[in-house]
Ligand binder design. Structure first.
Ligand code: M6R
Length: 359
């Protein structure tokens, strides 16, 4: 079933182009997003979106929050389910409560959905498993079409979640008239480019295999990025932790000088996400500060960066969201190859279960 791949995770990374194409299928017209499964009434009277999830699904929710505020112009907050359920949150009726889950069975996320329902909020689930507990409970569902995900480290579920969120922000933007028609049309054409932008090339994979050798020892990793690249940094760090057991943290690039930069030395590896189309100069100067303190830098960008010890070139493209998806592939593959070099079982990492159905 691994079809020639060494691990399910590897197969699932390669499948992302196809599953994103499936997730987009039938949902794009030239000028609008089509979600036949949604009743527009769901959004009536809504002034806020609250997103709630765990783990990788939480990272996709965090990514979505940037898009909801930027494109749909709607106040958005993001919650970690295990925290939210115990902190006596204030829930107002003008909030759409959205849970995100690959499995639809994660205990903490399911509990927050119950809380929102009990408080009388409208609810939506973004899920990969039809007929799961969350799908049965929520008022509305958008299914990601990632197919069965076997690797404990989630990859294609994340990719399809972000794809759905991007579509949903445009769908709501149209309802709320918060983006110009030509901008919606432009973004729909970008969405059509995502499947091609996440195709893994032999050249990229071979480069990451070679490069992984440098990153097996040391005292830790920083994954850093700004804006929506911060949740991607969190996700990169989580991937690496899960399957390599190396210490990795995701940080917003601008936060380094508020403490974490104290750790910088050659044994501290910084994976820097440097998108050309979003805050490039600011992010670059944050990386230069780490480089000046001798951190070993691996920069991912479409613009050559001479302060980096290693440089991973992504394609020149038109928009930061395409850079996001291409960098997602890079951080997933880099984690995979580090884990393989360390001799770990990539698909069955120690101490982890695919679905966390107990607290
Ligand atoms: O099925 P869910 O999306 O609700 O699962 C949430 C997390 O348990 C899951 O994303 C976990 O963090 C993965 N192991 C990440 O790779």
């Amino acid at each position: 079933q691994k079809e020639g791949y060494r691990f399910f995770m590897e197969k699932e990374i390669y499948e992302q182009s196809d599953v994103i194409a499936d997730t987009l299928m039938g949902r794009l017209s030239d000028s609008e997003i089509i979600f036949d499964e949604l009743d527009k009434e769901l959004f009536n009277g809504i002034n806020e979106i609250k997103l709630c999830a765990c783990g990788t699904s939480y990272h996709s929710a965090l990514s979505a929050s940037y898009l909801f505020e930027r494109y749909s112009k709607i106040k958005t907050s993001v919650e970690i389910a295990s925290e939210f359920r115990y902190r006596e949150p204030i829930m107002t009726q003008d909030t759409l409560f959205v849970v995100i889950s690959q499995s639809g069975e994660t205990a903490d996320t399911l509990e927050t959905l119950k809380m929102a329902k009990n408080a009388g909020l409208k609810t939506l689930v973004i899920c990969n498993v039809d007929n799961s507990s969350m799908v049965r409970l929520a008022d509305a569902t958008i299914l990601t079409r990632a197919g069965i995900e076997k690797g404990v480290a989630s990859t294609k579920a994340f990719a399809t979640q972000v794809t759905v969120f991007w579509m949903l922000t445009l769908y709501i933007a149209k309802l709320r008239n918060s983006l110009k028609e030509e901008e919606i049309i432009r973004q729909i054409s970008l969405l059509r480019e995502v499947p091609a932008s996440v195709k893994v090339t032999d050249q990229m994979h071979e480069k990451l295999k070679r490069l992984s050798k440098r990153y097996l020892h040391g005292h830790g990793f920083f994954f850093i990025g700004r804006d929506i690249f911060f949740p991607l940094a969190l996700e990169g760090a989580l991937k690496l932790k899960e399957i390599s057991y190396l210490h990795a943290e995701g940080y917003p690039s601008g936060e380094m000088k508020h403490g974490p930069i104290a750790l910088a030395d050659p044994e501290l590896f910084t994976i820097a996400l440097l998108p050309e189309h979003l805050h490039y100069e600011k992010s670059k100067s944050n990386v230069e500060e780490l480089s000046a303190r001798d951190s070993t830098i691996c920069a991912i960008s479409s613009i050559e960066f001479d302060k980096a010890d290693d440089f991973i070139q992504i394609s020149k493209c038109k928009d930061y969201m395409l850079e996001f998806f291409e960098m997602m592939i890079v951080v997933q593959l880099l984690s995979l190859e580090i884990s393989v070099r360390l001799g770990n079982d990539v698909d069955m990492p120690r101490n982890l279960a695919k679905s966390v159905t107990v607290e």
